[in-house]
Design a protein around this ligand. Structure first.
Ligand code: SF4
Length: 397
């Protein structure tokens, strides 16, 4: 395989323990990659599959060679992200407990208690798990973040009251055995993580393994029937791309793309404009149905934390309630309503086909340097944000 070049700038990189056996990268062969995939040594996620679409070579460096950036230990964005997720977990538990004693109409008056209780739990968690602040700036940052969590919790309680949404699961994991899920299994939430179960996609004799984390699953009762809603939080500065994903849902157009480009479905996979292709919601829907055995799941949303806007789709059963809430506050403007079951089935089906095509390309050693620049509205390309720029042969002659 001729997709690698000699790595000349190792100083800034470390190779994870697992990848030591592959240090001689130039001798790495397609057969070895095929074997890794077939033996499920490579487990996929929606973001790693998306990475392949953004640049297959980046996927090779990151997910197969496992070349990782050296990270300094610090209270960085990742840790703040973990703390946010922990805040959501604590909040969901506390909110559920209040719902045992009160109903949605009464819970509005308990808002401050719920928020204070959550923040207290969160600061206990923080002091048990992280070192104390080294710098005043870190403390300031914590205070600032705590203030944003409080504002977020306020909105989240209002959202729940308006939709009559009970928390069904938070941080719902599948296929991640390394995570200790003791707290999750003890929580009073209805759906528990299945860390040892992978989402499996049949690919001939082999099963492709996929893992994931679902931020939130809400349960909304309509006519005494429980409807499930998946929510994924986004903190991006560009939420428009998620609105586009939902509007276009490339999976619906997969047949069209194949026909337009005269592509042979069986053998080739086009490295072309898949900017609006995102596997996250289809993968989560598959996991809910196959791993968590919840069939009634045809609603899924991205939630942009900065703008308090949602984008996604909701089933016919939930559409009326979303419609009436949106008439007041417009936060669901980008939510497609009345989505039919057959459309969800088609999205999921096409996502599966595309995942199989991608994995087969990997098995054939197809890892071109092909950053997807088709969507670039500015002069920036994926290479501008890529940690591998100093070892990538894109700049070599
Ligand atoms: S620098 Fe660009 S071409 Fe190279 S791996 Fe990163 S995204 Fe791909």
């Amino acid at each position: 395989m001729s997709t690698t070049k000699t790595i000349i700038n190792y100083n800034d990189y470390k190779v994870s323990v697992k990848s030591r056996q592959y240090l001689n990268l130039s001798k790495f062969t397609n057969t070895q990659i095929e074997k890794l995939i077939e033996e499920n040594k490579i487990v996929f996620s929606h973001s790693s599959l998306k990475k392949y679409l953004t640049c297959p070579y980046k996927f090779l460096l990151d997910n197969i060679f496992r070349i990782k950036e050296l990270k300094q230990f610090d209270i960085d964005a990742g840790i703040w992200g973990n703390i946010f997720h922990k805040a959501m977990e604590k909040f969901a538990e506390i909110f559920s407990k209040y719902l045992i004693d009160y109903n949605f109409a009464e819970i509005s008056s308990m808002k401050q208690n719920i928020i204070e209780n959550t923040m207290l739990n969160l600061s206990q968690y923080f002091s048990n798990n992280y070192r104390i602040f080294r710098y005043r700036s870190e403390f300031k940052q914590f205070e600032k973040n705590a203030q944003s969590y409080k504002e977020f919790l306020n909105k989240e309680i209002d959202r729940r009251i308006s939709l009559y949404a009970k928390p069904g699961a938070v941080e719902l994991a599948f296929g991640i055995p390394s995570i200790n899920n003791e707290e999750n299994s003890k929580s009073n939430l209805l759906i528990k993580s299945e860390n040892d179960k992978y989402l499996e996609i049949e690919d001939g004799q082999h099963k492709i393994w996929i893992c994931g984390f679902i931020d939130l699953v809400d349960i909304i009762q309509v006519n005494n029937i429980s409807n499930y809603l998946i929510i994924d939080y986004k903190k991006t500065s560009d939420f428009n791309k998620y609105k586009e994903i939902v509007n276009l849902f490339t999976f619906r157009n997969l047949e069209e793309i194949w026909t337009k480009n005269s592509i042979n479905k069986e053998s080739t996979f086009p490295i072309l404009n898949f900017t609006n292709t995102d596997f996250q919601l289809p993968i989560y829907i598959m996991a809910m149905k196959r791993i968590f055995k919840i069939d009634n799941i045809n609603s899924a949303l991205f939630y942009h934390l900065f703008s308090n806007q949602f984008a996604g789709f909701v089933s016919q059963e939930l559409s009326e309630i979303f419609h009436s809430v949106n008439a007041k506050n417009k936060i669901y403007n980008n939510v497609r309503k009345n989505i039919e079951n057959s459309e969800i089935d088609m999205i999921v089906d096409n996502a599966e086909k595309l995942i199989k095509l991608i994995v087969n390309q990997m098995k054939n050693g197809v890892f071109p340097i092909s950053p997807d620049i088709s969507h670039s509205k500015t002069s920036k390309t994926p290479c501008d944000y890529c940690p591998y720029i100093s070892i990538c042969r894109i700049n070599s002659n």
